[in-house]
Design a protein around this ligand. Structure first.
Ligand code: FES
Length: 125
């Protein structure tokens, strides 16, 4: 008999590209730029703040922003960050995920869905 687990209710999914390509590939890849370390730091930061049940850190394959990786995208609000390093993770968690403020310095360009937004919904307890 299959035992089903209840479906979690995440308020945010944070996708971190960890795609890997050969070292000589012209596009490069997020894994070579530290994607795995960014993902691991994100998971650790969420756990340390007790947010793991409401925010999910997800591995992602290529998100087609390879030259600007490490690429991180937050749903449901569709905010795309580029050039993310482990040193940026705490700011993304604190500013964006906890306080609903986009980290402007890391935003990828051309995001019309944001339409000048700087404030996003905050996490519900
Ligand atoms: S390899 Fe990360 S966006 Fe393509």
């Amino acid at each position: 008999m299959v035992r089903w687990r209840s479906v979690p209710s995440f308020q945010r999914h944070v996708f971190v590209c960890i795609n890997e390509r050969p070292a000589d590939h012209p596009k490069g890849c997020c894994k070579a730029k530290g994607g795995v370390e960014v993902r691991d730091k994100l998971k650790a930061e969420l756990a340390a703040r007790g947010l793991s049940k409401i925010v999910r850190a997800n591995n992602a394959g290529c998100l087609d922003q390879c030259e600007r990786g490490v690429t991180v995208v937050v749903y449901p609000e569709q905010v795309w960050y580029g050039g993310v390093t482990v040193d940026d993770v705490t700011e993304i968690v604190e500013s964006h995920l906890v306080n609903g403020r986009i980290v402007a310095r890391l935003l990828l360009p051309d995001q019309p869905q944001l339409a000048g937004k700087t404030q996003l919904p905050v996490l519900r307890a």
